[in-house]
Design a protein around this ligand. Structure first.
Ligand code: AMP
Length: 221
């Protein structure tokens, strides 16, 4: 069984939801660079100050910032048995940086231990999904007003906190994030294919259908 899972796909393709499920099932951490960066912004760290202007525009945060955030995270104890990377790498240069970080951390390699899972989904659907996304600022649960609405409009089912809209989920920034994805991240499909670690996941169904597809890929390899 592979130890490092890399979730690759356009913004809003459902990577976050499926990553959480797989992380629970395998008891390994879900490492999401977007959340790590937003936490740095909230804590007003030096890295957060640099990251903020890029995130607000839907651009990629510079390599040195993301690399140091991810390296620090991968060195934590809970990463010993594997982890799921969601939103990293997001460009060829980040994939190369990941190989370098893995060799420094010294535990896994991309070729032998990693599986990259590509979320295959029609891009046109995704902008609508993104602008209808809501999340709970307290427990982190993600909702979608169309495909996965909360029971009571705008309030978290789990902790009853008022849901919030991510600042970069407005239409203009969402379109910029798609462009960034097409230019920077989509080339990783070929990169991982050449490495022989790419798997394709049909990701345009319901959350439970996608989960079934994902389990087949991860557990039947
Ligand atoms: P996400 O939560 O994954 O949609 O990421 C939100 C924003 O954080 C992105 O639009 C980027 O500005 C930034 N970000 C997240 N992950 C990365 C990464 N691996 N490299 C550069 N920027 C990132």
């Amino acid at each position: 069984m592979k130890k490092v899972f890399i979730f690759l796909g356009p913004p809003g393709s459902g990577k976050g939801t499926q990553t959480s499920r797989l992380a629970d099932k395998l008891s390994i951490p879900h490492i999401d660079t977007g959340s790590l960066l937003r936490k740095n912004i909230q804590d007003e760290t030096e890295l957060g100050k640099i990251a903020k202007s890029y995130i607000d525009k839907g651009n990629l945060v510079p390599l040195n910032v993301v690399s140091s955030v991810i390296k620090e995270r991968l060195m934590e104890d809970d990463c010993q048995n594997g982890y799921i990377l969601d939103g990293f790498p997001r460009s060829i240069e980040q994939a190369q940086a990941l190989e370098e970080i893995l060799s420094q951390v010294g535990k896994f390699t991309l070729k032998d231990d990693a599986m990259a899972i590509y979320f295959d989904i029609d891009n046109e659907l995704l902008i609508q999904r993104l602008i209808n996304r809501r999340s709970c600022p307290k427990c982190g649960t993600i909702y979608n007003l169309i495909s996965n609405p909360p029971k009571i409009m705008d309030y978290c089912d789990i902790c009853d906190t008022k849901l919030t809209i991510r600042k970069d989920d407005n239409e203009e920034t969402a379109r910029a994030r798609f462009k960034t994805y097409e230019n920077e991240t989509a080339p990783l499909y070929d990169y991982f294919k050449q490495l022989g670690i790419l798997e394709e996941l049909k990701a345009d169904g319901s959350i439970s259908e996608i989960w079934e597809n994902l389990k087949e890929i991860v557990f039947d390899e």
